[in-house]
Design a protein around this ligand. Structure first.
Ligand SMILES: N[C@@H](CCC(=O)N[C@@H](CS)C(=O)NCC(=O)O)C(=O)O
Length: 213
């Protein structure tokens, strides 16, 4: 089998460490027990070769033989298919995971990322646009709280959808945005207590600590 390679930035500032999206791929690899290595691309200078792999000049991307995949969700689906774990094999089970994977990326992360950009920037001005964004996020969090109050994982078993959803929600938790959402906090705690997450997180932190040296 060809080698799996995750490409991420060679360095990032302190704030995003532990949250750079290569963690989603590292996490899936650890869950699946797939061997992989991590390569890096310059954070400060985005080359044509970088844009050829990731058209927005972002990370991560996944390489496997001749296959190169950008977008963390697409790479996770590929890994789920390659490994035979992190997603059921039957069609109905697969689509249960796929719908929640898209919900994580397109319904929840669509609100969490812009909100967290304000929080990272210490921008607390209550402009009309900000109030709309806060209400948008509050609605998504409210509905996720109802869902998570009734189940351990989004589909029948832990899956790539949980990697994305818990990763999106932990960004909100980082800024204490889940104080009124106990089920969501419990879900994040369950997900991030998994040995695969702990390893992925420790490895990302060590990778960037080494980059400072
Ligand atoms: N939708 C993309 C988002 C990727 C993304 O936002 N990557 C961040 C790191 S976590 C990045 O590259 N930021 C630098 C930039 O946007 O220039 C995915 O899920 O892969």
């Amino acid at each position: 089998m060809s080698e799996f390679i995750i490409t991420t930035f060679d360095w990032v500032p302190e704030t995003p460490r532990g949250y750079v999206r290569d963690i989603r791929l590292r996490w899936a690899m650890e869950e699946a027990g797939l061997p992989y290595r991590v390569e890096s691309t310059s954070f400060t200078s985005r080359s044509d070769a970088h844009f050829a792999r990731q058209p927005f000049g972002q990370v991560p991307w996944l390489t496997h033989g001749d296959t190169s995949i950008f977008e963390s969700g697409a790479a996770l689906l590929y890994l789920a298919e390659q490994s035979g774990v992190l997603m059921p094999q039957d069609a109905m089970g697969r689509y249960k995971v796929i719908e929640w994977l898209f919900a994580g990326l397109n319904s929840v992360e669509m609100a969490t990322v812009p909100w967290s950009l304000f929080m990272f920037s210490d921008d607390t001005q209550k402009t009309p646009g900000r109030k709309t964004l806060d209400a948008f996020l509050a609605s998504r969090l409210h509905h996720m709280e109802q869902v998570l109050a009734g189940r351990e994982w989004l589909a029948d078993a832990f899956s790539v959808a949980d990697i994305v959803m818990s990763d999106a929600l932990r960004l909100v938790d980082r800024f204490n945005g889940l104080e009124q959402h106990a089920a969501s906090r419990d879900y994040i705690a369950r997900a991030t207590a998994r040995p695969a997450f702990l390893k992925a997180h420790a490895d990302q932190m060590a990778f960037y600590a080494a980059a400072d040296a």
